[in-house]
Write a protein that binds this ligand. Structure first.
Ligand SMILES: [Zn+2]
Length: 246
């Protein structure tokens, strides 16, 4: 059972949801509420093992593509979170995705060290993305990249550097999502990277920034990779400068 309180406290809200219709979580409040939320999820998967496959979305091709994309994200962002789908029926009209610093107690890396938080992708949000007429897989990866961006922020203490400003934190995650799109474009020139900007601009609102701000953050992140060829740490700093400029 996902309680309203668990949603309000301790969780970072993101993704495709119509944010006006859902509670806005705090960003860096790990602990009891996040653990309670995790205990409501059927099964949480670690991305730390090569043989591990994410839970099925009902579409085998998508599962394989998404598994590869998440593994690439994990390498590119230098984080190893757990990943799970969850029931987001009560988490915004269009569903939601979340990144939380907590990890299910049963999960850890092969060497016993702790995973870098958990990315949760709503089943409802997944359905909405799959219904997109063009590049539904890229839309899903764009949202996953934003959430992985939050995991990177947790790991590197980025939220504190931005004074806990929710909009700046969200736009920085958009920047990182765009950075990932740029990396993919460098590797695969026909990759539909423009989907990342369109997804960010069409979703969220409120504390996530305006559609224009979100699209601009994704574009700036894209250029940091595709044009400027910045390494991850450089891109993280560039993203901070970008959101500080407004
Ligand atoms: Zn977010």
């Amino acid at each position: 059972m996902i309680t309203r309180r668990a949603l309000i406290l301790g969780l970072l809200t993101c993704g495709c949801a119509r944010v006006h219709a859902r509670p806005q979580g705090g960003c860096l409040q790990p602990g009891v509420t996040a653990q309670a939320f995790l205990s409501s999820v059927d099964r949480v998967y670690s991305l730390s093992g090569e043989a591990e496959i994410i839970p099925t979305s009902g579409n085998q091709l998508l599962d394989r593509a998404l598994t590869r994309a998440l593994a690439t994200l994990s390498r590119d962002f230098e984080v190893i979170p757990a990943f799970a789908y969850y029931d987001d029926r009560n988490d915004g009209a269009g569903g939601n995705a979340r990144a939380i610093p907590a990890v299910h107690s049963g999960l850890h890396r092969a060497d016993g060290t702790v995973l870098d938080g958990t990315v949760l992708f709503g089943k409802n949000l997944l359905r909405h993305c799959l219904a997109r007429p063009q590049y539904p897989d890229a839309a899903i990866v764009a949202i996953a990249a934003h959430e992985f961006g939050h995991i990177l922020q947790f790991k590197r203490g980025i939220a504190l550097r931005m004074g806990g400003n929710t909009t700046m934190i969200e736009l920085h995650a958009d920047f990182l999502s765009g950075y990932f799109a740029g990396l993919r474009k460098l590797r695969t020139p026909d990759y539909p990277a423009a989907v990342f900007g369109a997804v960010a601009a069409s979703l969220g609102g409120g504390d996530h920034g305006t559609p224009h701000q979100r699209g601009s953050a994704v574009e700036a992140g894209f250029l940091a990779a595709a044009r400027d060829k910045l390494a991850l740490s450089q891109a993280v700093e560039q993203g901070i400068r970008h959101v500080r400029r407004g």
